[in-house]
Design a binder for this molecule. Sequence first.
Ligand code: NDP
Ligand code: 8X3
Length: 251
Amino acid sequence: MKKTAFITGATSGIGKATAELFAQNNIRLILCGRRQERLDKLQEILNDQTEVTTLNFDVSKRQEVEKAIQSLPKNFQNIDILINNAGNAHGLATIQEGSIDDWDAMLDINVKGLLYVSKAIIPKMIENNSGFIVNIGSTAGKEVYKNGNVYCASKFAVNALNKSMRLDLNEYNIRVAGIHPGLVETEFSDVRFKGDTERAKTVYKGFKALQAEDIADIINFVVTRPYHVNIEDLVVYPTAQASATMVHKEF
Ligand code: NDP
Ligand code: 8X3
């Protein structure tokens, strides 16, 4: 039977690549993000392969999340797969110099946003006694690095929520998986450095970083296992990266 996936952060990077791969595999798509023109463009392209609807909302705004999900057309209301992907780092500074606005953004989006979306979607999965939630964490949620403080804390929270969702939803036959990538070349560093693209580019210079398609491929592998198989936790580094801070670069 055709499955329906709800992907947050589908306008860019990992979420967009996942949407493209899911469309190839004939999965019905609910694409979410705040940039409507990107959602429209992606919908137009993927509509040839599968049914697509879009939702424009900010994951950190609780009422917007609830309203958007309630507005889903009937044929998109049975969500089989939730990809909790929307998120970013904002800034890279010591705890004493960091911006409180950046901290708020990261905790509101990466942690509370993931919770708001999950809270709105889980009841139907429970009712159906079936579902799959994939939480996109980060290696920053496994190992803290200098200046990473609040971003790392937000991803440690995702790691904890991934584990606790598995426990709480176990009796409802709902699978929960956490995927934790290292350095992936997306718009992530543009956002972290607030549009300073030159600085963002240096993050991925001198080695082959993971590409959004690599993570999409892994997400697709995880969600296409037989129903009795759940990959609980996956850490994925580029070959050149050995830890949060050790990256073998050649210039
Ligand atoms: P991108 O910046 O390319 O994509 C981020 C996506 O999140 C965009 O689609 C953006 O959509 C969406 N988003 C951000 N803020 C909000 C918000 N408030 N409300 C709704 N949507 C939002 O980055 P990536 O693809 O790299 O990041 C995806 C996930 O992967 C994030 O959770 C990130 O932390 C994680 N990750 C990334 C790594 C990397 O190195 N790139 C490594 C490990 C994990 P829009 O702006 O249209 O709302
Ligand atoms: C993104 C990877 O190392 O920039 O989560 O924090 S890192």
